[in-house]
Design a protein around this ligand. Structure first.
Ligand code: AQP
Length: 335
């Protein structure tokens, strides 16, 4: 272990430009938690290729994701920051875990069922074994805590099952058993166009998401066009998912409780809510976008940070792999 703090690990797929959903649901919390935990943050580009990606865009988005983490306030001296494909131990451990994971377990994963149903024919094997790569991401670093949303809990459960199975076979201390971490302030940001579905960076409707590199104008237009509901009263109501979403965005950005926000809108109309929300989003996204753009122009600086992060990650990952290889009878790279 490199630190007395508990290890926390989290990552985002560079499957498109990041959204305010990724910011409010993940990045903003990472920035807050980075001092309290031994944090490992990375961009999971090996996961991203489980669906077809344009090679040039994938590369650009991977670097942009790292630049965005830094622009949002991640301190690369404190947290370990890297790109998944620069630490080949992830793919190496995933192979070993595949050999100790059952087809039935992988077939039960909701994400696999959903994504393969969407895909129809020619489902890549990578989509099926995605959870073992995620388990490798986590188990390589003796991770204690993984902050995830409801949709990813099943994958953490599977990671625990695999780790416990292998600990029973090869020694109780082989892997650290990770726990799901529910951040104290969590936000689930919904699509601006279909507010009963999650805002997703790979949504084909660009108006459904605010991307972290949208211009101020684009942000204002998207928020103003957000689907709201019938009626005029601004209430935090199950029946008003569009209004709820805008209130949730405001609350996540300002830290103000929902009842306080609702009270301030008494007698006002949806238009007011949209204008205020748009301005708050512009205020939050603007500096991140501008700083990200600056960092993207300085590839040398990014490469330096990434090389340092990957080296730190590889040292830790190799230590875990050496223990594993010795226990299961694989010859280590240095014998
Ligand atoms: N809408 C959201 N609200 C709150 N949190 C969100 N996250 C994503 N969307 C929202 C959080 O961002 C982190 C990384 O997510 P990911 O990219 O690894 O996977 P995802 O959840 O599948 O994100 P997307 O944007 O929906 O990606 P695509 O479209 O590529 O599948 C997680 O912590 C997630 O909770």
């Amino acid at each position: 272990m490199t630190s007395a703090k508990k290890t926390m690990l989290s990552a985002i797929q560079p499957s498109n430009r990041l959204t305010i959903g990724n910011y409010l649901g993940a990045l903003k919390n990472w920035v807050k938690l980075q001092h309290d935990y031994d944090c490992i943050f990375f961009s999971v580009n090996l996961h991203a290729i489980t669906v077809r990606q344009d090679p040039a865009e994938l590369k650009e988005q991977t670097y942009r994701a790292i630049a965005t983490y830094l622009a949002a306030g991640i301190n690369a001296d404190e947290a370990t920051l890297f790109i998944q494909s620069q630490v080949p131990e992830h793919a190496e451990l995933a192979w070993v875990l595949n050999c100790f994971t059952y087809m039935g377990e992988l077939g039960r994963m909701t994400q696999y069922k959903d994504k393969s149903a969407k895909q129809g024919q020619n489902i890549p094997a990578g989509l099926f074994s995605y959870p073992t790569l995620m388990a490798a991401d986590i188990l390589l670093y003796r991770t204690h805590l993984v902050p995830v949303g409801e949709d990813q809990k099943q994958h953490i459960e599977l990671t625990r099952d695999i780790a416990i199975r292998m600990n029973n076979l090869f020694g109780k201390d082989l892997f650290q058993i990770p726990e799901v971490y529910i951040p104290p302030v969590g936000a689930r940001i919904m699509s601006l166009q279909a507010p009963t579905s999650k805002m997703s960076k790979s949504d084909t409707d660009v108006n459904a998401s605010v991307y972290l590199n949208d211009t101020d104008d684009q942000i204002r237009k998207k928020v103003k066009r957000a689907v709201t509901d019938s009626g005029t009263e601004i209430a935090y109501d199950e029946e008003k998912p569009g209004v709820r979403n805008l209130l949730n965005i405001q609350s996540a950005l300002t830290g103000k409780p929902i009842p306080e926000l609702v009270a301030a809108y008494a007698g006002k109309q949806y238009g007011h809510l949209k204008v205020d929300t748009a301005e708050l989003v512009v205020e939050a996204v603007g500096p991140i976008r501008n700083r990200t753009d600056e960092l993207m122009k300085d590839h040398g600086y990014l490469e330096k940070i990434l090389a340092k992060g990957a080296e730190r990650a590889r040292t830790r990952a190799r230590t875990q792999l050496k223990i594993l290889y010795d226990r299961i009878g694989l010859v280590n790279p240095n014998g």
